[in-house]
Design a protein around this ligand. Sequence first.
Ligand SMILES: Cc1ncc(COP(=O)(O)O)c(C=O)c1O
Length: 402
Amino acid sequence: MTNRNVLDTEATHILQTYKRTPIVFSRGRGIHLYDDEGKEYTDLVSGIGVASLGHAHPRLAAAIDEQAKALLHTSNLYYHPLQGQLAARLTELSGLPRSFFCNSGSEAVEACLKFARRYWHTEGDVSRTEVVALENSFHGRTLGALSTTWEKSYRRPFEPLVPGVRFVPREATALTEAISTNTQVVIVEPLQGEGGVRPLSKNIAHTIQKACDDTGALLITDEVQCGLGRTGRPFYFQALDLRPDLISVGKALGAGVPIGAALVGERVAAAVAYGDHGSTYGGNLLACRAALVFLEELMDRGLLGHIVTIGALAHQQLQKLANRHPSIIDIRGEGVMWGIEIDGNTDATAIVTAALKRCLLINRTAGNVIRLLPPLTITEDELSTALATLEAAVAEAEARAS
Ligand SMILES: Cc1ncc(COP(=O)(O)O)c(C=O)c1O
């Protein structure tokens, strides 16, 4: 099928929810993607933080091949050997004793919200009707997750949503006022991704944790984007001294194979009973096998340490970039998750377009922010080369704007 055919067939048959960039990718290797004419692109998007081990990772490919030849799926009616192993590894990293497996980040958030509700039902506390979320949050597109997502244009066309959600700014007084004995659960991204790569400050994290402790409200940290190594730590809540009751994960976990998980603390786990929640695919052998390979790479084969080194280099180089380019007004992030905020005179989309012309894939998030989410495996040389290309794209967009 030629490129034109792919686009035409999609235009006719695919529900038009995505405005895609007109490139057809059919192959990848490491941090590179190749279009249908063989042209090479450098991928600093990694399928929005999913291709954590890069593309066509040899160990992952071999494990998937082996698993496909043995057994892919049995449903959750029966046992298989990998789900418990994966859950035990996630417990080592998070400190939360139990996992519920699903297939995406939104489903993981959805499960966390349901388990939080279930907890208060078990407690018999009917006054807990509120959920507190932060302004600029993104937690997904399913109805429960969408109800806690800040962007109005995503929510409005689907109202009425789940009631009782309060969006609160990152401000101590507002948070302390909003989190009360009516609050079921507070949901936060420790480092917001879609909202413009915005980490919570330690002070605000402390305020949230204290308010949860004082009122008994549960805490969900949504680590779908920032968790599992992306910032050089297993989870970003660990950098902020938060103590979540529930954690949602997804994206990087399967390194491209769809899997999500709700990680659940003892207090909530004790309230959940057989039949309370379920997923046909959740935690099947293929997804668990891929996730186990990913966690081996991250924790046993040096990837986490590599991300710390790359993160320091990225910070240094991005800071220099910002010093040379007046359009860059802020650099935020850690490890291999960076936001570059551009001033109002230069359009971040123009930088994305100028980068694409140079075969560099980056994207724009909320506001005028360029986001970099490369594979966790990006090398120092690859990073330096990519950032030199990014600089040329920034310069082009600045020149156009002036
Ligand atoms: C923090 C966060 N939570 C939830 C989601 C939803 O994940 P998914 O798109 O896999 O459903 C995302 C996706 O970007 C996310 O960044």
